[in-house]
Ligand binder design. Structure first.
Ligand SMILES: *[C@@H]1O[C@H](CO)[C@@H](O)[C@H](O)[C@H]1NC(C)=O
Ligand SMILES: *[C@@H]1O[C@H](CO)[C@@H](O)[C@H](O)[C@H]1NC(C)=O
Ligand SMILES: CC(=O)N[C@H]1CO[C@H](CO)[C@@H](O)[C@@H]1O
Length: 314
């Protein structure tokens, strides 16, 4: 009997190479927090002080998650409580100061909680898109190492690093999706700032923290378009998977092809599957109901707006 216990223990340890919640089953009711950010000054529809673009909410919902908005300008105690109730965090795109904003203040609080949690095998994933990618680089390096690139409205094919197709993020993507991502111009870029390979490589903190999965170039500078942390379930894309299925402004760089939408789905599917690996939860069903995004109504901003619908918060 001792022998059997030992065999099971050894087998379990073998399965659990990377800190995962292998001892427990997947949580198939994941709730993911999306961080709000300061309203844009020139947003004619703005209400209150902060917003979340609805496309990020739909993106996660499309893959089986529910969403809780994380308000800016709350106390650390409130964020800590929320951290223990949600199963992952998404840092969206947008246009705030990634050193001094309230968005940054809250991102930093959650980032540090997530690092601590993962260090004791409480698997808590973070996903950064565009500005969220950039925010993660600042949080990891304690510096803004970004540089201007000519990438304001352009769709590009990803250049995969050697071995990237075996990364955690990409390894379960279907072959045809990986092929589309690498051959077709289906990743939407809407950013002025980028992390160049040069600055990544010369910063020890970034280099030791993140594995580069894909790069792109604006013709002059090579920049990182997808990365994942080596030791933490943290993922970042400089491109916008959520725009293909859920944003409709007619603009260069927007792509609605079947392959773009399929690729978008697999990014959401991956991140939601990561969020299923912890069992954080609200203290009760009524508490959960109080926080879910269904308590808010998105505002339709028009098909010619960069965000079709936004949620606004006080
Ligand atoms: C590297 O980072 C600095 C900021 O510390 C920035 O001014 C510079 O443009 C960056 N260079 C490249 C090539 O990314
Ligand atoms: C696709 O992206 C490449 C850059 O990797 C660019 O050279 C090419 O012109 C783009 N094609 C189209 C149709 O936009
Ligand atoms: C916790 C926190 O950051 N509170 C701030 C919220 O915003 C007001 C001003 O709008 C500040 O005075 C608070 O310090």
């Amino acid at each position: 009997m001792y022998y059997q216990v030992l065999v099971i223990a050894v087998f379990a340890a073998f399965l659990c190479g990377f800190p995962a919640s292998c001892a427990r089953s997947l949580n198939d009711r994941p709730i993911i927090g999306i961080l709000a950010q300061e309203n844009l000054e020139d947003d004619p529809h703005a209400q209150g002080t902060s917003y979340i673009a609805a496309s990020y909410v739909k993106h996660l919902e499309s893959a089986g998650a529910r969403v809780v908005p994380i308000h800016i300008n709350r106390t650390e105690e409130e964020y800590e409580k929320l951290f223990n109730a949600i199963n992952g965090l998404l840092l969206p795109g947008g246009d705030v100061d990634i050193v001094k904003s309230q968005f940054t203040r809250v991102a930093k609080i959650f980032y540090e909680l997530a690092v601590k949690a993962n260090d004791v095998s409480d698997y808590f994933p973070i996903w950064g898109t565009c500005q969220g990618f950039q925010q993660l680089t600042v949080l990891t390096s304690n510096k803004n190492l970004l540089t201007l690139t000519d990438t304001k409205a352009v769709a590009l094919p990803l250049t995969f690093s050697p071995g990237a197709q075996k990364s955690r993020l990409f390894k379960k993507f279907p072959k045809d999706v990986l092929q589309s991502l690498s051959e077709e111009n289906i990743t939407s870029n809407f950013h002025s700032w980028s992390l160049s390979m040069q600055n990544y490589s010369s910063n020890a903190k970034l280099k030791h923290f993140y594995r580069v999965l894909t790069t792109n170039t604006d013709g002059k500078k090579e920049f990182i378009s997808t990365m994942e942390a080596y030791q933490y379930p943290f993922y970042a894309v400089q491109w916008h998977p959520e725009k293909s299925p859920f944003e409709w402004i007619e603009k260069d760089g927007m792509v609605h092809t079947l392959s773009a939408i399929k690729a978008a789905f697999y990014t959401a599917h991956f991140f939601v599957s990561e969020a299923m690996k912890n069992h954080h939860r609200f203290s009760s069903q009524s508490e959960e109901e109080k926080y879910l995004i269904y308590n808010y109504q998105p505002v339709f901003k028009g098909t010619n707006s960069i965000f079709l619908q936004n949620y606004y918060f006080d």
